[in-house]
Design a protein around this ligand. Structure first.
Ligand code: HEM
Length: 126
């Protein structure tokens, strides 16, 4: 997937390379077409970043400061590692760090979500 295009934010000269051979049925492109998979992956990251920001704001508002900061730092590092993976031509240690960071990012989401689900102490509503 990382070898399809090694430029960012555009794939070559375009956001989506014209002339990309497409598969039938259309849905197959999302798993079997490396160009489409890379396109979706690089842009889906911003949806993850938006979700992470919303989660961090909620966690912060519940005074779960450490989980809120961890989520923002992890998603930022993850996106930077993803871009570095591409621009380096999939330098192995960066690619592996990107994969490992995905697990760390998931862990920060779980910790932050857990902090949100924790019942407030009796008498702490005010
Ligand atoms: C929150 C954002 C992101 C998450 C959670 C994420 C997660 C992942 C995961 C789990 C893999 C491994 C897939 C596999 O082994 O089959 C991967 C691979 C890859 N990602 Fe991301 N990614 C994110 C953002 C990005 C961004 C923004 C880019 C580049 C613009 C990028 C570029 C790549 C590339 C080139 C690979 C293939 C090389 C490798 O396996 O390390 N990623 N990503």
């Amino acid at each position: 997937m990382g070898y399809a295009f090694n430029s960012w934010p555009k794939m070559g000269d375009e956001y989506f390379p014209s002339g990309t051979p497409m598969l039938q049925p259309f849905i197959a492109n999302f798993v079997d077409n490396p160009l489409v998979v890379q396109f979706v992956h690089r842009w889906l990251a911003w949806a993850v970043a938006a979700a992470a920001s919303a989660l961090a704001v909620l966690a912060w508002s519940r005074r779960a400061f450490a989980p809120a900061i961890a989520v923002v730092v992890a998603v930022t590092v993850q996106i930077l590692l993803g871009i570095a993976t591409l621009l380096s031509g999939v330098e192995l240690w960066i690619a592996v760090a990107h994969q490992a960071m995905a697990a760390v990012l998931l862990a920060t989401f779980v910790v932050a979500a857990h902090a949100l689900g924790r019942p407030r102490a009796v008498g702490a509503e005010a």
